[in-house]
Design a protein around this ligand. Structure first.
Ligand code: SF4
Length: 334
């Protein structure tokens, strides 16, 4: 057996010794399509085209954010995190949205909203169980080149304070930005020193208008996940299905020790061949997939909205949006 297959096999073994055989889909809920940082050189939000299309004023309506949450909850998707919109929405608005989304789910949620201050974390803590730091690249030189306006220091500080407040902690990392396998030790140090509970991996998806032209090979992406699983047996590992055909290697991501999958346009591609393939591959990895990317449950959607503690205007808007989204998902399926 070659080195790579031996690593994946070991990672799968470590996973099964520490977790049950379930998996799920983790959905990001975006607050806006615009980013106020907007200078990370790999990101579609840094491209001129994106900035023109999504001017700073382009915020998602609260009704559509809540609609996302209601659909996700009923399809058994977990919230990966609430993200985006920092400095687009005011902090009181963000706080209100986090509260409303946690009310829909009936539990505290995760957020990924930039480097939050102690006061902000304290205010969010009734609705938020964990915070994520978008580190993207762990090698400091590479990081400063790629994300010049998103330094690691304030995120480290946020994670420290989050720990003091009893919140869980997570980070994101994008494989394919230029890190080499020797940099793994830097990642391991970061996870250890910040006592992280979770990490989310993404494979770089090259975007036109950025300096990148190719995604990492699946083996390269999977290597980082498997290494992390072996080194950190109890860490929650999420794996993004970033590149176009990544549904083809969902099985490999799970066998490499990822707990669950994220970054798939689950509403837009609901019931699609790719969605079916993800579920099939989860099964062939020996995992029970909780929730569904392919079957709409029989839900009285209005009855999901009625008991929520929101005003009638908002409830009306959510019902309208829900009807549109569900209609679209049914059409995708056929
Ligand atoms: S990576 Fe995050 S912070 Fe950087 S431009 Fe993209 S959305 Fe903004």
């Amino acid at each position: 057996m070659d080195e790579f297959n031996a690593l994946v096999e070991e990672a799968n073994k470590v996973f099964l010794e520490n977790f049950d055989d379930s998996t799920w889909f983790g959905r990001c809920i975006f607050l806006s399509w615009y980013c106020d940082v907007g200078t990370c050189d790999f990101c579609f939000r840094s491209t001129v085209k994106h900035k023109i299309k999504h001017a700073q004023s382009a915020r998602r309506s609260v009704a559509s954010i809540i609609t996302d949450a209601i659909i996700g909850k009923n399809l058994g998707w977990r919230i990966e995190f609430l993200t985006g919109g920092y400095r687009i929405f005011s902090f009181p608005e963000i706080l209100d949205i986090a509260k409303k989304v946690s009310q829909v789910y009936g539990e505290k949620i995760w957020t990924n909203l930039g480097a939050l201050s102690r006061d902000e974390l304290e205010m969010l803590s009734p609705y938020v169980s964990g915070v994520c730091a978008s580190i993207e690249a762990i090698n400091p030189e590479l990081h400063d080149k790629i994300c010049p306006d998103k330094p690691i220091g304030p995120y480290s500080e946020m994670l420290k304070v989050a720990g003091e407040l009893g919140l869980k902690k997570s980070m994101t990392i994008v494989v394919g930005l230029g890190e080499v396998q020797e940099d793994f030790e830097m990642l391991a140090d970061f996870i250890t020193s910040h006592k992280l509970d979770r990490i989310t991996f993404y494979a770089l998806k090259p975007v036109q208008g950025t300096p990148y032209t190719k995604s990492p090979e699946p083996e390269e992406y999977v290597w980082w996940i498997a290494k992390t699983r072996v080194r950190f047996p109890k860490l929650e590992i999420m794996a993004g299905l970033t590149p176009k055909r990544s549904s083809d290697y969902a099985e490999l991501l799970l066998k490499a020790g990822a707990n669950a999958l994220t970054k798939f346009p689950a509403v837009k591609r609901f019931g699609s061949e790719q969605a079916k393939e993800i579920e099939r591959q989860a099964a062939s990895a020996g995992r029970k997939f909780h929730g569904s990317l392919t079957e709409l449950p029989a839900v009285d959607w209005d009855a999901e909205v009625d008991p929520l503690p929101f005003d009638d205007v908002l409830k009306g808007q959510v019902k309208e949006k829900l009807a549109q989204y569900i209609e679209g998902m049914k059409k995708n399926k056929h």
